[in-house]
Design a protein around this ligand. Structure first.
Ligand SMILES: *[C@@H]1O[C@H](CO)[C@@H](O)[C@H](O)[C@H]1NC(C)=O
Ligand SMILES: *[C@@H]1O[C@H](CO)[C@@H](O)[C@H](O)[C@H]1NC(C)=O
Ligand SMILES: *[C@@H]1O[C@H](CO)[C@@H](O)[C@H](O)[C@H]1NC(C)=O
Ligand SMILES: *[C@@H]1O[C@H](CO)[C@@H](O)[C@H](O)[C@H]1NC(C)=O
Ligand SMILES: *[C@@H]1O[C@H](CO)[C@@H](O)[C@H](O)[C@H]1NC(C)=O
Ligand SMILES: *[C@@H]1O[C@H](CO)[C@@H](O)[C@H](O)[C@H]1NC(C)=O
Length: 433
């Protein structure tokens, strides 16, 4: 039908030279073309498919099964050739917009996998606006999260998140985004020490979480009892945990908060079994660099860039000092219900020096790691933390009750909420690398 011509180019090229009669006629044709072909027409205004190709990631390899979903991939590849001049779109640079139509992506009560530390509504959070925000990149739109495409891609595969409780939050968010497509009898979640495994039986797929807050071996590795004040990390010990990651098709790493102790890191040179332990102190940045190098070496030796994908999620910010965003002294994320609007806002506990280490080490890596740079977009979200609306493991004292900010959790995030966006970004980078 109207496929043979492109309405926009026709309009631009012919309009000035036509008589008004011809122009009217053309307008009618054009209008009809638009009506009959809304899809293609709208496509012109949806630049995301063209722009989702950061040129810096030319080495990214499509996940093998993704090629089966012919439409999307071929469309994207074709567009990529056509639009080589097109400016790349930075998905991580944007703004939070209210979207009551599509948010939240699921209801808290519909997802039984959320730990009681993250179920804010159940624990009495009075406001709901924090769940109605959508991330809007400046230069394009995020592709819609397609749960069935994601599950099909995971068929016969193993996806694994490795890191700390913030990565666990993203892991649970992903399961919440997917599980509604799987009937009750065909899914399960089990925990074995450091490993939690969600199984989608009919897909022969697992989505797993492995607790390793430093990636390397440490004295905080117990999946339940890990609140150690004097943290010690063992140098060169990545295989201690890494042997459990082998065979994963998609890996999603994070590590950050546990390194930030306010003083130097203690690094163990020998083994935790040594009677006399040889411990040296290292600056946070140097210790973190050591972990990045270990992780990248492990990935290079154990992952196949042609068949697997590796993601790394940047620092998850916290909001412990409201003076940083112009609030009352002594306050924190407690009672915050709106995001920070200052585009350049960056909280002091997201160490730029660590971001720099990540950038430097990843640039040297020959293995293509997909970097989820969620720090800036999460920095705006002082409203998205669990605050006091979570399960309290210990009874609260009268002093605490009198001052809720004193026991407010400004590190973890309510679900549904911010971390669903991290997964939308993961989804975008998985399918439109
Ligand atoms: C994908 O496209 C190829 C040709 O480009 C075709 O042979 C194949 O059947 C298509 N697969 C699916 C699942 O549509
Ligand atoms: C989601 O992906 C499936 C392929 O698994 C496809 O059939 C479907 O059309 C997609 N849905 C949307 C809304 O794009
Ligand atoms: C299930 O997936 C695993 C990999 O995770 C694979 O080794 C196995 O052959 C698959 N089984 C079936 C029945 O497809
Ligand atoms: C990946 O594929 C490319 C081209 O298909 C090949 O040259 C390369 O050796 C492969 N790499 C690995 C690690 O298998
Ligand atoms: C919470 O914030 C509102 C205004 O946003 C304020 O009126 C109220 O006093 C605050 N509550 C507490 C307990 O700080
Ligand atoms: C992540 O994003 C921030 C802010 O947008 C930027 O300053 C930083 O350089 C980025 N990090 C890396 C490693 O690219």
């Amino acid at each position: 039908m109207a496929n043979s011509f492109n309405p926009s180019s026709l309009l631009l090229k012919t309009k000035p030279r036509l008589s008004s009669y011809l122009f009217t006629l053309l307008s009618i044709i054009l209008f009809t073309a638009i009506i009959l072909n809304t899809h293609d027409f709208l496509f012109i205004f949806r630049p995301h498919l063209q722009q989702l190709h950061p040129k810096t990631e030319t080495n990214t390899v499509l996940f093998s099964t993704v090629t089966q979903s012919n439409n999307t991939v071929q469309e994207v590849e074709k567009k990529e050739e056509e639009e080589e001049e097109e400016k790349e779109c930075d998905l991580f640079s944007g703004t939070w917009v209210k979207d009551e139509l599509t948010r939240p992506l699921y209801e808290e009560s519909e997802c039984p996998y959320i730990q009681p530390q993250l179920t804010c509504q159940e624990h009495g959070r009075p406001d709901k606006e924090y769940r109605r925000l959508r991330w809007q990149p400046h230069g394009c739109d995020l592709p819609k999260f397609n749960a069935s495409l994601m599950l099909e891609t995971l068929r016969g595969k193993r996806m694994m998140f490795v890191g700390d409780s913030l990565n666990r939050g993203q892991y649970v968010s992903l399961i919440c985004l997917l599980h509604h497509l799987i009937p009750q009898h065909a899914k399960s979640m089990e925990t074995f020490d450091s490993l939690t495994v969600f199984t989608a039986k009919e897909y022969n797929a697992t989505i797993e979480f492995y607790w390793a807050p430093f990636l390397l071996e440490s004295n905080s590795d117990n999946a339940v009892i890990h609140r150690v004040t004097d943290r010690i990390v063992r140098k060169g010990s990545i295989n201690k945990h890494g042997r459990y990651w082998k065979g994963a098709d998609i890996l999603v790493f994070n590590t950050y908060l546990w390194w930030v102790t306010g003083s130097n890191m203690k690094i163990l040179l020998g083994s935790f079994k040594d009677e006399v332990k040889e411990i040296v102190e290292m600056q946070t940045e140097e210790a973190y660099r050591m972990a990045m190098k270990s992780m990248l070496r492990w990935v290079k030796m154990n992952m196949d860039p042609n068949k697997t994908r590796v993601f790394f999620t940047s620092m998850s910010p916290s909001h412990g000092k409201s003076i940083e965003w112009g609030g009352e002294p002594g306050g924190n994320c407690y009672n915050e219900t709106t995001p920070i609007e200052e585009p350049s806002y960056w909280g002091s506990d997201s160490l730029k020096s660590i971001m720099q280490v990540i950038g430097e080490e990843f640039r040297k890596s020959k293995f293509p790691i997909t970097f989820l740079n969620i720090t800036q977009l999460s920095n705006y979200r002082k409203d998205a933390h669990t605050s006091i609306y979570k399960k309290q493991w210990n009874p609260l004292t009268p002093e605490q009750l009198a001052n809720p900010a004193s026991y407010s959790d400004c590190i973890h995030w309510c679900l549904p909420g911010l971390q669903d966006t991290w997964n939308e970004l993961l989804f975008a980078k998985l399918f439109y690398p």
